[in-house]
Design a protein around this ligand. Structure first.
Ligand SMILES: *Cc1c(COP(=O)(O)O)cnc(C)c1O
Length: 239
């Protein structure tokens, strides 16, 4: 993709996010656009940064680490959005600011100890991934497992992790099912807020290129958008 295409696409997506928010009676500023740069080149990410984009999403550590260290000093914020193996947790500190896909206690523990061992004295923002649509191919906690999971997390009292909310993936090519999943995730966030009263546990990461308008209508605060910004991916991605 050329510089001008990425710039125009970003502007169009931002305008659409703004319009969807206003139409749903929401404040546009409470929605973060995460530009999903998985499989894209360093140059393409630089073009997006030059066009003012700050938040980027990657779904494998390897792909991300070919870019993030090159872009230090750009004030970019990096979001890990794929399935994260616990053994890769130590590569998160110093590279990522958010992990959207925590779905096991083991991973939470590994992330916390990786943060404690890191040079910088910072914390990481984490979301719990929930498989609301209960598709066997997807990772994530079951909807009913979320409250008991948070109960256990809080007993562990993991330092350097800020629990910030929930994430889900819609149902490919099925808007009605995606909407049901998104509204289910929002109810779950409400329930978690009532039960645990966690500070800043207020983020809903939901919506991709094909379903972000629906996600915004249902309360999304973080949309993860790749194709609509950078064009079709020609490499198949996992995660
Ligand atoms: C690839 C990916 C996206 C972006 O998908 P597009 O359809 O290209 O917008 C969003 N979220 C996750 C978890 C992804 O893996």
């Amino acid at each position: 993709m050329s510089d001008i295409d990425i710039r125009n696409n970003l502007a169009a997506v931002k305008r659409h996010i703004h319009d969807c928010a206003v139409r749903s009676g929401r404040v546009p500023d409470e929605i973060t656009l995460v530009a999903v740069s998985k499989t894209r080149s360093l140059d393409e990410v630089r073009m997006a940064i030059d066009a003012g984009q700050i938040d980027f999403g990657e779904n494998t550590v390897q792909d991300a680490l070919s870019k993030i260290p090159e872009l230090k000093g750009s004030h970019s914020q990096w979001h890990f959005i794929g399935h994260l193996q616990s053994k890769k947790a130590r590569q998160i500190p110093g590279n990522f600011h958010w992990v959207h896909s925590v779905d096991s206690l083991k991973l939470a523990q590994k992330l916390s100890s990786a943060m404690l061992n890191a040079e910088e004295d910072t914390s990481i923002n984490c979301l719990l991934q929930v498989n609301v649509s209960a598709e066997p191919s997807k990772s994530g906690l079951n909807t009913t497992g979320v409250v008991p999971f948070i109960d256990e997390l809080l007993q562990l009292q993991l330092p350097r992790i800020k629990w910030r909310g929930l994430m889900t993936i819609g149902v490919q090519g099925d808007d009605a099912s995606s909407r049901a999943a998104f509204s289910g995730l929002r109810s779950l966030l409400d329930q978690c807020q009532r039960e645990f009263g966690l500070e800043e546990f207020d983020q809903l990461s939901m919506g991709m290129s094909n379903d972000y308008p629906i996600a915004i209508e249902e309360g999304s605060t973080m949309v993860r958008i790749g194709t609509a910004i950078f064009g079709e991916r020609n490499i198949k991605c996992t995660g």
